[in-house]
Design a binder for this molecule. Structure first.
Ligand SMILES: Cc1cc2nc3c(=O)[nH]c(=O)nc-3n(C[C@H](O)[C@H](O)[C@H](O)COP(=O)(O)O)c2cc1C
Length: 222
């Protein structure tokens, strides 16, 4: 598969088939993704791969935590800036509205929206969930490095016929997740990622998000 095809076919998958993904396949993806570049070659990432009974236990525990504290735990980093300004806020709004439209959940249907959002915490039924951590002392350049690592995994997944769903939403349950993974105290959770085979028939996977044109995001000086 060409890089362009991997890029063109990667979307955020929000409904997975139950078909298992062999551990060897996940290992093969990570074995290539570890060659992602990072400033100073720090490789400031650590990934936990959770599947099978371990994943079931985590999801069950999250379900219980959600019943006890529906708002979740205070994320250890701010997912979006306060008072997100335009054009970013408009893009975020449109992406959300377009997503809920694919499943016919109107803005007023708060319960429906919450229920869909909470599917994050089942990894949208993916058979594999991954959690990405980095050392708390790391700054913006290293967070960017982790983003590069994530993209490598997302593109390599396409090569294996798999799809992914990056999920910052998991930051909301960092404490419960840590209870299962036991990461060192000096690490913090950035995000989760579901990995598996896409349910092609699921309406939510019909979402195709827009992008700003090249001339809006690039400046050419001649
Ligand atoms: C780091 C990161 C975190 C994300 N977190 C979530 C999330 O928690 N839940 C979700 O449904 N989508 C999440 N997304 C998906 C974005 O909304 C999606 O990438 C964006 O709308 C563009 O759509 P596309 O991936 O289908 O091209 C995340 C994406 C990234 C890169």
């Amino acid at each position: 598969m060409k890089v362009s095809d991997a890029l063109a076919t990667r979307i955020t998958c929000r409904a997975f088939l139950p078909d298992p993904v062999p551990e060897d396949m996940v290992r093969a993806i990570l074995d290539k993704a570890r060659f992602s570049p990072s400033g100073g070659n720090l490789q400031p990432w650590h990934v936990f791969v959770v599947a099978g009974d371990a994943l079931k236990a985590l999801i069950a525990d999250i379900g219980q935590s959600m019943a006890e504290t529906p708002r979740g735990q205070v994320p250890q980093y701010r997912i979006y800036p306060e008072n997100l300004k335009d054009p970013y806020e408009s893009r975020r709004f449109k992406c959300g509205e377009d997503m809920y439209a694919t499943i016919g959940v109107a803005r007023e249907n708060r319960k429906g929206r919450i229920a869909q959002f909470q599917r994050n915490f089942r990894f949208f039924d993916a058979p594999v969930g991954m959690f990405f951590y980095l050392d708390r002392t790391m700054g913006p350049p290293q967070w960017a490095d982790v983003g590069i690592f994530l993209q490598s995994i997302m593109l390599l997944a396409r090569e294996h016929g798999l799809h992914t769903c990056s999920q910052e939403a998991w930051a909301q349950w960092h404490g419960t997740v840590a209870g299962h993974l036991n990461p060192p105290d000096e690490w913090m959770l950035f995000c989760g990622m579901g990995l598996g085979y896409m349910d092609e028939g699921a309406p939510i996977n019909g979402l195709r998000t827009e992008r700003a044109a090249v001339d809006e995001i690039a400046t050419f000086l001649k």
